[in-house]
Each structure stands twice: as structure tokens, then as C-alpha cells.
Design a binder for this molecule. Sequence first.
Ligand code: TYM
Length: 331
Amino acid sequence: KATVVSGIRPTGYLHLGNYFGAVQNFLRMQEDFNCYFFIADIHSLTTHPTPDNLQAGVKQVLAEYLACGIDPEKSTIFIQSDVPEITELYTILNMNAYLGELERTTSFKDKARKQPENVNAGLLTYPVLMASDILIHKAHFVPVGKDQEQNLEMARKFGKRFNRMYKSEVFPIPKPFTFDGADLIKVPGLDGSGKMGKSEGNAINLFDTEKDIRKKVMRAVTDSGPTEANSEKPEAIQNLFTLMKIVSEPTVIEQFETAYNQCEIRYGDMKKQLAEDIIKVTLPIRERIVDILDDNEYLAKVARMGAEKARESALKTLKEVKELVGFRKLY
Ligand code: TYM
């Protein structure tokens, strides 16, 4: 069986971007692959959460993974900081990661721009930690959304570089994964431009109530409508259609496409439909999240079981790596 690794930072509720960009693929992959799905709590330290927020975030994502249908009997679900071998590999990989290439990473440049008061070393070496997450389990595939493409490219580079330097094939070179070779997806936000993101303040969360979702969707940015038949859609409108393509029935989408092309579209109706179709996906998940969050014993059991399985796999790889670099025992 091929091995799969992917993770999500516990920095807030999971949103539709996380769900359709990543989790939905996790669900399908766990049937046929050897899967490791984790909560990237070490990565989230780059933004300095309070200890209480961090702990609550980890618990939330764990409950959300389970509520979405990730099955701890089929997949290894674990918390990154429970597997110290990851940070040991990170230290080793850091010695062959160069300042220039790290500084050129788009996500580093973005974050450095957004939080100029906190451009820390962890932010710079973020792709190295991510590479360690992936390489420590010798992953073949990494299901992620479009925004992680470059980080994954770095992981491939660091894996290849290590293999070459130590004349080994210890790391398989991980590939981004989507079903049927589809492109990695980018779920747009509702504020007119760009992607949906926790830090963008434009996210619809799986944990949002029906009322929240209706409110957020009704507030989505639109314009006064097309004035010419079959005209190209401005970005904000295209984003509404993109979301609709993800959650709605093809016949419904077609109806609104036709209305748009004939300049008869009513965005209010479109948003109402979109909100209901989103709720159809999220409401059952929300209900399960609420139940699971109540069951601390179950959450603890899943985390413990996952930590044991993940450490076993991580230790095996780390042993090979240490042997390769020359950390050989004198006693
Ligand atoms: P994070 O926590 O930002 O997001 C988790 C996953 O959700 C996807 N995603 C999206 N996909 C489509 N459209 C969107 N609007 C959208 N927003 C988020 C992300 O692509 C990701 O798959 N660095 C990673 C976490 C990580 C990781 C790893 C992932 C750490 N180590 C190893 C894979 C393998 C991150 O910050 O994702």
C-alpha cells in the first residue's frame, strides 16, 4: 500500500477550503492507502497562540477530523507534537536548506508582509518542518489544496537533496495528490477575491450554525449584474459560481449560468440556494462535532493510539537517517 501524509494547522475551525481542498480527499484515500493525518500544532506556533487557544484548537481539529469521517481504525490520526522524531529530522534537514530558497518561498514572503513584527525563524524554516512531516513516514502522496503546492515542491526538493547527499533512497519523493489527476483545488472566499482562509476572515466553517452560514453567504460580495448577454464574470461572481460548483447539483448550477448569460440573474436567489446547499454538507458534520467534543475519553483514546502508531513509523525512518548521516553509537 502506498503511504499518504497530510496535516492541518489547529488555528481555528475547519472551513470549506480545508474540507473540499483536503479532508474530502483524506476520506476517499483512507480506504486504499496507508494514511497518516495529523494536527500540525508545532507549525501553528509561528503565530504565537496562547497555550489555552492552542489546546482548544487541537481538540477542535481532532473532533472535526473524526466528525468528517476520518476513521481511526483505518487511518493514523495524530498530533504532531506527540511525535518528537519529526523535529529531530527537521533539525537534520535544516542543515541542507538554504536561506535563499527559504526566503523566496511565496508563503514566507506573504507572511513576512502580513506580520512584519513577527518574522521568526520558524516561519522561515516552515517548509523544512513540513518536509519532515512528510518524509518521516516515507509518504508517496500528499493530498493538499492549491495553496500548499509550493511547500510540497520544497519537500520534494529536500527529500531528493538528502537522498543524493547520502547516496541513498531512504525517502520516496512525495507527489501532490488528487483523484483522477484533477488540479489541486482552491476554494474561493466570499469577499470578492482570493482564497477562503482562516486568517482572511472570509471563511465558512464546518462548525458554523445554519444561521451563521445564511448570514455569511447573503453578505457575499456581488455587483449590479451583467448588462450584456454572455459576458465574462467578474472575480466576485465567478467565486460564487465556483462555490456553487462544489456544493450544488449540476442542474441548479446550469439554471443560474443560463440566467447570468441572459442577464436575468438574481444574486439574492443564487445566494439563498448556495447557503442551503452548503448547509446540507455542513449541518450533519456540525452535529457530530458537537457530540464528539463532549467525549474527552474518546478523543484521548484516538490521540494516544495515533501517537503510538505514528511514532513507530517515525522512529524507523529516523534510525535509518541517523545511520546515514553518521550518528553511529560509540557505546
Ligand atoms: P492549512 O492548515 O492552512 O490548511 C489545511 C489544508 O486545507 C487546504 N486549504 C485549502 N484548499 C483549497 N482552498 C482553500 N481555500 C484552502 N484553504 C486551506 C490546504 O491546502 C491544506 O491542505 N502547511 C499546511 C499544514 C501542513 C501539512 C504538512 C500539509 C503541515 N505539514 C504536511 C501536508 C503535509 C497548512 O498550513 O495547511
